[in-house]
Design a protein around this ligand. Structure first.
Ligand SMILES: Nc1ncnc2c1ncn2[C@@H]1O[C@H](COP(=O)(O)OP(=O)(O)OP(=O)(O)O)[C@@H](O)[C@H]1O
Length: 554
């Protein structure tokens, strides 16, 4: 029972605020991870060696290689040990890391079913991203995982591809035809997202991959939509995958109309948000019911261990605070942390304090200049960050000037309050700039219409609030503006991550008043990258050189 209690404790009693949960960030070359160290925890710095990880330089330990379990990606050089086989007190966790370990050149290297490969090709997906190369074989191998990589790096496909390999019409067919004939189709994967928009976006991604084959294999269960229609569709279509928001999934489940006890995959996308207080009760129900096959527990108890044995749990976010690491350990069976260039056992991570990574030039905590925090690891390194000081009444005008100066085509402007947000839209429109509002007070239809218009370019500036900060994927968005300051660096990261997706260029401008500058400086410190002071004059962005110089000197 201990596990069950600790799960509840973590979920509902121990919700550390995000801003206190900053962690590590990368300071190593994108594709060549060499050294990893933890600092900031009481035990002092640890190195790869002391953690039991092998680097390619660690030739003397080659004899251990025979113990390593090779991940199923044919060309992956990553080897993981220390999962179920080595569980036990004092068992050493080994992860062999070699240079550019996950650089799969094509999806065909990832051991995916041919039908799925065909669909990827038809949709123009040719090369997997780093996080996909790392996550797909790890999930296919049956591991519970936490997937963390920066915004816009393709985390959705990173979990969808292994799920679609096992579930639904594109899956691997077994020679004996198992699962094909006569068997009643059950829900085999439940994907939970914190907003309707993100839920619908995931549904569209699944439908894109399913193609015309069998779109009904996926069913959306998002709030705001007609519940009865969703329930009827569940009954009639018997989807293999459901994607929804916590409230609606929990509601239909409580009504006895969602049969997920035999579910094989549970995905919590934007998991750190899903662990927040708002979703407490609904998430409780989902975690209790999904993947809990009746009679699965040989001891006849409601042991969470029995439940874990039934489902594979996949937790996903660009920001992974320690509350997520602890939750994953509670719910998962030897869970692994999957990042763009590495896979490591969660058992090896501390559960408190600040996790930091050191770059290749240093494996010691003494070189503080090499230490970087994890929030920066949540964002693509190519993003440019600026802040501009103005008076409150000139903020919208500064926004307009920033759009002109940067020649931005597609802009998301974040504000904290609905009323001011509406005023901003009014002002922009009055000055001939096509703008629209998106927030929770709008109905589902209005929200999706606005988003559609923004995506197809009819609307140039989307003025919105935190609702759009997570997961929203608009490839064309080239500028994010904070018209109001985000509450902390985690919220900054998710807002900023709406631009510069999948290697594209992106700029983030924070427009603030003079007394707020210290908050920007604090954010900069937490984030670990420069947010440069700038002005927009004569249609140009002018960086404050004086400040840049002062920063270089200090
Ligand atoms: N291998 C790939 N090749 C080309 N495009 C891809 C590939 N993988 C994903 N994409 C596209 O990249 C975009 C970003 O992917 P996705 O939304 O999954 O990012 P993410 O990491 O989940 O971001 P966030 O943290 O903001 O939710 C999507 O439009 C997706 O279709």
């Amino acid at each position: 029972m201990l596990g069950l209690y600790s799960t509840r404790l973590l979920l509902f009693g121990d919700s550390l605020p995000f801003h206190r949960l900053s962690g590590c960030r990368k300071a190593w070359c994108q594709t060549n991870l060499r050294f990893l160290s933890w600092v900031g925890c009481d035990d002092g710095p640890l190195t790869l060696a002391s953690l039991g990880f092998k680097s390619e330089f660690d030739k003397t330990k080659k004899d251990r290689a025979s113990n390593l379990e090779t991940l199923s990606a044919s060309k992956s050089k990553v080897k993981v040990v220390g999962s179920s086989e080595t569980k036990g007190i004092g068992a050493k966790k080994l992860v062999e890391i070699e240079s550019a370990p996950f650089a799969a050149k094509s999806f065909s290297e990832l051991d995916l079913p041919s039908l799925l490969l065909g669909r990827l090709e038809s949709e123009g997906f040719t090369v997997p991203t780093d996080v996909q190369s790392a996550a797909v074989p790890t999930i296919l191998k049956g591991h519970d995982v936490v997937i963390q990589s920066y915004t816009g790096s393709g985390k959705t496909l990173a979990y969808l591809l292994p799920i679609l390999s096992e579930v639904g019409p594109l899956r691997n067919k077994y020679p004996d035809g198992e699962g094909d004939s006569g068997k009643k189709r059950e829900i085999e994967a439940v994907i939970v997202a914190p907003s309707r928009e993100l839920g619908m976006q995931i549904v569209r991604e699944v439908e894109k991959l399913l193609g015309t084959t069998d779109k009904k294999a996926v069913q959306q269960l998002v709030g705001g939509a007609n519940k009865m229609r969703q329930e009827e569709a569940l009954k009639k279509n018997k989807p293999a995958i459901v994607v929804g928001t916590p409230g609606r999934i929990a509601e239909i489940s409580a009504a006895g109309k969602l049969h997920t006890h035999g579910c094989r995959f549970l995905v919590l996308d934007e998991v750190d948000e899903l662990l927040s207080f708002n979703f407490r009760e609904d998430m409780h129900r989902i975690l209790e019911h999904v993947g809990r096959r009746s009679g699965a527990d040989p001891r006849g108890t409601k042991s969470p261990l029995a439940r874990r044995a039934e489902r594979q749990t996949i937790l996903v976010s660009a920001t992974v605070p320690f509350s997520v690491i602890r939750a994953a350990r509670s719910w998962g069976r030897d869970p692994l942390l999957v990042q763009a260039n590495k896979v490591l056992p969660l058992e090896s991570l501390p559960t408190t304090g600040h996790v930091k990574l050191l770059g290749p030039a240093s494996s010691s905590s003494s070189n503080s200049s090499m230490q970087v925090q994890s929030t920066a690891q949540s964002l693509p390194p190519s993003l440019k960050h600026y802040y501009c000081v103005t008076k409150l009444q000139h903020k919208v005008d500064t926004l307009r000037r920033s759009i002109h100066a940067l020649d931005a085509k597609s802009v998301i402007a974040f504000m904290n309050h609905t009323k001011q947000l509406k005023d901003a839209v009014f002002k922009l429109e009055a000055r001939g700039m096509k703008a629209a509002e998106l927030h929770g007070d709008l109905g589902k239809l209005a929200r999706s219409t606005v988003l559609k218009k923004f995506k197809n370019g009819e609307v140039r500036v989307l003025v919105t609030n935190e609702l759009s900060a997570r997961g929203l994927d608009v490839a064309e968005c080239d500028l994010v503006v904070n018209l109001d300051l985000p509450t902390d660096s985690i919220h900054y990261a998710h807002r900023a991550g709406r631009t510069g997706r999948l290697g594209r260029k992106g700029t983030v401008v924070t427009i603030c008043e003079e007394p707020e500058v210290f908050v920007v400086k604090k954010l900069q410190k937490q984030l670990g990258f420069p947010i440069q002071a700038c002005e927009f004059t004569e249609g140009k962005l002018v960086v404050n050189e004086e400040e840049r110089h002062l920063e270089n000197v200090s």
